[in-house]
Design a protein around this ligand. Structure first.
Ligand SMILES: *Cc1c(COP(=O)(O)O)cnc(C)c1O
Length: 372
């Protein structure tokens, strides 16, 4: 049998990620590979760092991209900050909050879970009560934009609350970064991670990560080694913070980093505020069209993510059949419900390059036709 190259069809990706990639990003990916200690590559990495600081709105010197997907950024936060026996308050209002709890436990920590119903944002009062009841907690962990439900939580209020109780904050911004306002420094967030393939519209496989001075101090004060060699950020620091004197830790995913650089240049040139506004406008257009089709949202208007629209599947409609037809007849991918929402909701992503009128129009037209 002769094997031939793989040519994927051109789909429109409107699920929970990966999102549609900017054409310029795909081009950047195919540029010549440089050695990862090449001075020109290192120059690009310095630029990449300042671009990451811009999207995170931070001046944290420790701002990098972990060479692995968002889940690795999550794990990097927990393995570096949490030592065995330490207590962490974890907010759980969807799939990713549960993963944070799992991370705490695997680090040998004790997780105190604050539950909220799926589709609702984290309730500030409940978190405050937990912080009061557990003055020995060292960190508060929460998801800013819960991709499994489409709910946005108040990261500013939660960040403040953590500080008021002497806790570090560990924040999942995988779906929020680039799609809704996020101010790491202004909101005093400590360990914040994201993903390349959601609102940054870059290829999957990189996790932007930033640590505040307090997070770094916590890591430096450890009396046990970080249990993961690869994710031990004190080792990676030598590579990312070198400014001309970078040393080898692991082979950087060179071409993927070109792609991330390109997607951040595009975002910087557009302007963060404009990108947030574009997501909002695409969401409003989708909302109007869905209402005409009689489709309602899972999340209350006050906490709805523009970039991830969880909607209720109309009664009597076969979830799998609709998604298959969208894929086969329109080359359109939307997301299935996850966990508690499996079979009950669709998740329509308007992320990054995908947050455009053309995409919204295609999705509405396709849904209308398939539902008829
Ligand atoms: C997608 C996602 C992750 C995991 O990112 P991967 O790149 O798939 O590992 C974590 N948290 C949230 C909120 C996400 O949406």
């Amino acid at each position: 049998m002769t094997l031939s190259s793989f040519y994927p069809p051109k789909r429109t990706l409107m699920g929970p990620g990966p999102s549609d990639i900017y054409p310029q990003v795909l081009q950047a990916l195919s540029r010549p590979t440089l050695g990862h200690l090449d001075p020109l590559f290192i120059g690009m990495m310095d630029e990449l760092k300042s671009l990451l600081q811009y999207v995170f709105q931070t001046e944290n010197p420790f701002t990098i991209a972990v060479s692995a997907p968002g889940s690795a950024g999550m794990e990097a936060c927990f393995v570096n900050l949490i030592q065995p026996g330490e207590k962490v308050i974890v907010c759980r209002n969807g799939v990713f909050g549960e993963r944070m709890r799992e991370n705490v436990v695997r680090c040998g920590g004790e997780a105190v879970v604050v539950d909220d119903e799926w589709g609702r944002p984290v309730t500030i009062e409940k978190v405050e009560a937990a912080l009061i009841a557990h003055p020995d907690a060292i960190a508060l962990a929460f998801v800013h934009a819960e991709t499994s439900t489409g709910a946005l939580s108040d990261a500013e209020a939660l960040g403040k609350l953590a500080k008021a109780h002497g806790c570090l904050s560990i924040v999942d911004t995988v779906t929020s970064l680039g799609g809704v306002p996020l101010y790491v420094d202004k909101w005093q967030l400590d360990a914040v991670y994201s993903g390349s393939q959601k609102c940054l519209s870059c290829v999957p496989g990189l996790s932007p990560l930033t640590f505040s001075a307090q997070a770094i101090a916590k890591i430096e004060a450890r009396n046990t080694p970080v249990r993961s060699w690869f994710l031990d950020q004190s080792l990676v620091l030598g590579y990312w913070s070198g400014e001309g004197k970078r040393s080898y830790h692991h082979t950087a995913p060179v071409n993927s980093l070109y792609a991330l650089h390109e997607s951040l240049v595009l975002l910087k040139n557009e302007g963060l505020e404009n990108a947030w506004q574009r997501h909002r406008e695409a969401h409003l257009m989708l909302k109007e069209g869905l209402e005409t089709l009689g489709i309602s949202f899972v999340v209350d208007e006050s906490a709805r993510l523009p970039q991830l629209n969880a909607v209720n599947i109309p009664n009597g409609i076969d979830d799998g059949e609709v998604r298959t037809r969208l894929l086969e007849e329109f080359n359109l991918e939307i997301g299935a419900g996850l966990g508690d929402l499996a079979g009950k909701a669709w998740r329509i992503g308007l992320m990054g390059y995908g947050a455009r009128r053309e995409n919204v129009a295609l999705c509405l037209k396709a849904l209308e036709e398939v539902l008829r």
